[in-house]
Design a protein around this ligand. Structure first.
Ligand code: AMP
Length: 622
C-alpha cells in the first residue's frame, strides 16, 4: 500500500525526506535522525544541548519560550510556566485530581469528565497545544541543524498510554506541522536502539525498565516476526530520581538539625539544596564520597548511606517488575533481555538490583536519556523504506473513523496501522430518551468529516429509552488482511447490535490517497483550530442543555436569584457559542460551571453528572 512523503515547504511529494524520531518526555524531550552513515544520532542544534526540557513559558508580552530558557521561569514565574504537560495529555480532571498539588499552574477543574485545560492569564490551553509547542521547537531545531525541512516524525509514548492519549499526541504533532507517521511505544523504541527485534526471525521476550526523573514504568514485550506486543506494563507515575534527591535532602536536614518548615519556606535555599542533592546523587556514579557546603550547611554523602536512603524506592520498582511478570503470566526465566531506559538507571544500585532480580546482565551501553529517541529514529528509517532487510508490514494508508458531535472525525484506526488490526471505542447518546443512533463511517486525515470520504452509514435502532449519557455503545472496527473493514455497533445495556462491512480501498486510486494526505498537511493548522472550536462549542451546547434541563426539573430547589443569575450565565455562554472564539467559550463554560456546581452538589443529582459524561454521537435519527 502507499507510503508518501510531502514537503511542507514546497507542497510537493518527495521520496528522500528525513523522518525524525522524537521522544516527547515528561521532563525532557529530544529528537534524533539517521545520519548518512546509517547510524542513529541525537540532534544537538547549535550546541543548545540534546535534551530540551519539556517546559513552556508564556511571557507577559505574549512571547513563548520552550526548553532551557523556559526552565528558569519555574522559580520566577511558576503560574505561567508549564511543566510535565505529558502527565495531562488525553486526561480528564478526574484522572489527575489526586495529584493536582503537583502542578504550580492552573489546571481547570470545572468539568471533571472532559479533557483538562490549563489557564494561563486569560487564555485556555489544552495539553495538546502545549505539547504541540514543544514538538514545534524540536522540529525547528532539527530543521536548523539538518538544514532541511522536517515534516514527518515518529513520536514515542509510554506503553500504557490509552487511545485518547495517543490521539492527543498525534494532534500535538499536527499542530506543530508534523505528520506523525507512527506512534511507537517507548519500550519498543528502546529495544530497537539495542537492535533487539530487528531480525524478523527472532522471537524474544524482553523487559524494559524505565526510571526517569519523576516516573517509573516497566514493560514486558514479546517480539515475534518483527511485531512488538506489550504483554504487561506496571509502574508508578510519581516515582523517580526526584525521590532520590528528596531522600538526600531529608538526610541533610536531619544531619544539620535544620527546621524543615523554615527551610522549605526559604525557596531559594531549598532549591539550591535540592540541586546540590541531585549533584551529590549523580556523583555517586563515579565516586564514593561527596563533601560540600551550602552556606553553613554541610552537604556530605557517602555511597553506603546513599544506597540505604534510596533502597526503599528501588525496592518499590522491583515490586512493580514482579507485578508486571505476574500480569504477563511469565516467570523470570522467560525474560531473554533486559533494557535500561531513563537517566536514573545510571544509579549503580538500580542496575545491580534490576540485574539481580532478572538474573542476567542488563543492556545499558546506550545513553539512557537518548535510547528512546534513537530507537524512534530507527523506526522512522524503517518506515522510510531505507532498511530493505526489515519486513514492513502492510499498513492502512488512510485513517478510519466515525462522525461525532459537530461533524468531527473521531479516528478509530489511525493511518499506517498494520493490517490486520482491530480497535474500538465507547460512545453514548446526547439526548434524553434517544432510541436510535446514526453511525457514519469515514476515511481520511482531516478533522472534519465533510473533508473526508464517507464509507458507510447505518442506524443502530432499538436502544431502550434512557437519559442522555446512559447507553453504552461500543463501536468496533475490524480491518482484516484483505482490507475489508467490518464495523460493529453494540449497545451494551440492551445488547442491541448492528454490523456492516465495507472495503475502504474500493473506488479510490493511489493518486487520490496522495491528494488526501497532502490536503491534510496543508490544512493541518486550520483543521485542528476548527476541531478545538467545535469541541468547545459541543461542550458548551451540552452544558447549556444540561443546565436548562436541570432548572426545568429542579428549579423549585433554587432561589429566584439563583435562577436569574444562572440565566445570565447561560446568555453569556450562548453569545460566546456564536463568537467563534474558543477561549471565550471556555471562559463562559468555566463561569457557568463555577456558579452552578453547588446546585448539583446540593441535589446530588447523578443524572446531571452523567449527562456530561463521555462523547456523544450527533442527535437521534428519528
Ligand atoms: P530522565 O527523566 O530520563 O531524563 O531522567 C532524569 C533523571 O535522571 C533525573 O532525576 C536525574 O537526576 C537522573 N540522573 C541523571 N544522571 C544521573 C546519574 N549519573 N546518576 C543518577 N541519576 C542520574
Amino acid at each position: 500500500m502507499a507510503k508518501i512523503s510531502i514537503n511542507l515547504a514546497t507542497g510537493s511529494l518527495q521520496k528522500e525526506e528525513i523522518i525524525v524520531g522524537i521522544d516527547l518526555g515528561t521532563t525532557n524531550s529530544l529528537v534524533a535522525f539517521i545520519n548518512p552513515d546509517k547510524e542513529p544520532k541525537v540532534i544537538n542544534d547549535a550546541g543548545k544541548g540534546v535534551l530540551v526540557p519539556s517546559i513552556v513559558h508564556f511571557g507577559a508580552a505574549g512571547d513563548i519560550t520552550v526548553g532551557n530558557e523556559a526552565k528558569d521561569f519555574l522559580i520566577t514565574d511558576p503560574q505561567n510556566t508549564i511543566f510535565s504537560v505529558k502527565r495531562l495529555l488525553g486526561r480528564s480532571y478526574k484522572d489527575i485530581e489526586k495529584h493536582k498539588d503537583f502542578f504550580s499552574y492552573k489546571v481547570i477543574d470545572d468539568d471533571s469528565e472532559s479533557l483538562v485545560k490549563i489557564k494561563v492569564g486569560d487564555t485556555f490551553y489544552t495539553p495538546i497545544e502545549l505539547s504541540g509547542l514543544i514538538l514545534k521547537e524540536l522540529k525547528e531545531r532539527a530543521e536548523h541543524a539538518l538544514k532541511t525541512p522536517v515534516n514527518r516524525a515518529v513520536v514515542t509514548v509510554p506503553a500504557y498510554f490509552n487511545d485518547s492519549q495517543r490521539q492527543a499526541t498525534r494532534d500535538a504533532g499536527k499542530l506543530a506541522g508534523l505528520d506523525v507517521l507512527r506512534i511507537v511505544n517507548e519500550p519498543t523504541a528502546a529495544s530497537l536502539a539495542y537492535g533487539i527485534g530487528l531480525d524478523p526471525e527472532e522471537t524474544k521476550t524482553i523487559a524494559v525498565y524505565d526510571l526517569g526523573g519523576g516516573t517509573f514504568d516497566v514493560s514486558i514485550l514479546q517480539i515475534q516476526s518483527g511485531i512488538f506486543e506489550v504483554l504487561a506494563t506496571n509502574g508508578d507515575t510519581f516515582l523517580g530520581g526526584d525521590d532520590f534527591d528528596r531522600a538526600i535532602l531529608d538526610y541533610w536536614i536531619e544531619k544539620n538539625q535544620l527546621d524543615r518548615a523554615v527551610l522549605l519556606a526559604n525557596h531559594e535555599l531549598s532549591q539550591e539544596l535540592r540541586l546540590k542533592a541531585e549533584e551529590a546523587k549523580k556523583s555517586m556514579s563515579h565516586q564514593s564520597i561527596f563533601n560540600e557546603k551550602v552556606g553553613e550547611i554541610w552537604c556530605t554523602l557517602d555511597k553506603q548511606t546513599f544506597e540505604s536512603l534510596i533502597l526503599p524506592k528501588v525496592n518499590q520498582t522491583i515490586d512493580c517488575c514482579k507485578n508486571a511478570l505476574a500480569d504477563a503470566k511469565l516467570s523470570i526465566s522467560d525474560i531473554d533481555e533486559v533494557v535500561m531506559v531513563g537517566g536514573s538507571t545510571r544509579t549503580a544500585l538500580v542496575k545491580k538490583m534490576v540485574s539481580e532480580f532478572f538474573g542476567k546482565p542488563v543492556h545499558d551501553d546506550v545513553n539512557p536519556d537518548e535510547v528512546v529517541a534513537l530507537g524512534a529514529a530507527i523506526q522512522a528509517d524503517i518506515l522510510a523504506g531505507n532498511r530493505k532487510d526489515i519486513l514492513l508490514l502492510d499498513v492502512t494508508p488512510l485513517s478510519l473513523g466515525i462522525e461525532t458531535m459537530g461533524g468531527l472525525m473521531d479516528v478509530i484506526i489511525p493511518r499506517n496501522s498494520k493490517v490486520p488490526t482491530k480497535a474500538g471505542r465507547q460512545y453514548t447518546t446526547s439526548i434524553d430518551g434517544q432510541v436510535n443512533m446514526k453511525i457514519s463511517v469515514y476515511q481520511g486525515e482531516r478533522d472534519l468529516i465533510k473533508e473526508n470520504r464517507k464509507l458507510a452509514e447505518f442506524d443502530l435502532k432499538g436502544i431502550p429509552a434512557m437519559p442522555a449519557g446512559f447507553p453504552k455503545v461500543d463501536i468496533n472496527f475490524l480491518l482484516n488482511a484483505d482490507g475489508i473493514l467490518k464495523i460493529q455497533a453494540i449497545e451494551l445495556r440492551s445488547g442491541v447490535k448492528q454490523e456492516v462491512e465495507v472495503k475502504p480501498t474500493y473506488g479510490i486510486t493511489d493518486d487520490q490517497v496522495e491528494q488526501m494526505l497532502m490536503d491534510s498537511i496543508t490544512h493541518a493548522k486550520d483543521d485542528v483550530a476548527q476541531r478545538m472550536l467545535i469541541e468547545a462549542r459541543t461542550e458548551g451546547e451540552q452544558i447549556t442543555y444540561t443546565v436548562e434541563n436541570f432548572i426545568k426539573k429542579h428549579g423549585t430547589h433554587l432561589s429566584v436569584a439563583e435562577i436569574s443569575d444562572t440565566q445570565k450565565y447561560l446568555v453569556t455562554l450562548k453569545e460566546a457559542l456564536t463568537s467563534g472564539d474558543k477561549d471565550l467559550i471556555h471562559k463562559a463554560i468555566d463561569e457557568l460551571n463555577e456558579f452552578t456546581r453547588p446546585f448539583a452538589e446540593r441535589l446530588m443529582d447523578h443524572a446531571v453528572n452523567t449527562a456530561m459524561k463521555g462523547k456523544s454521537i450527533e442527535g437521534a435519527v428519528d
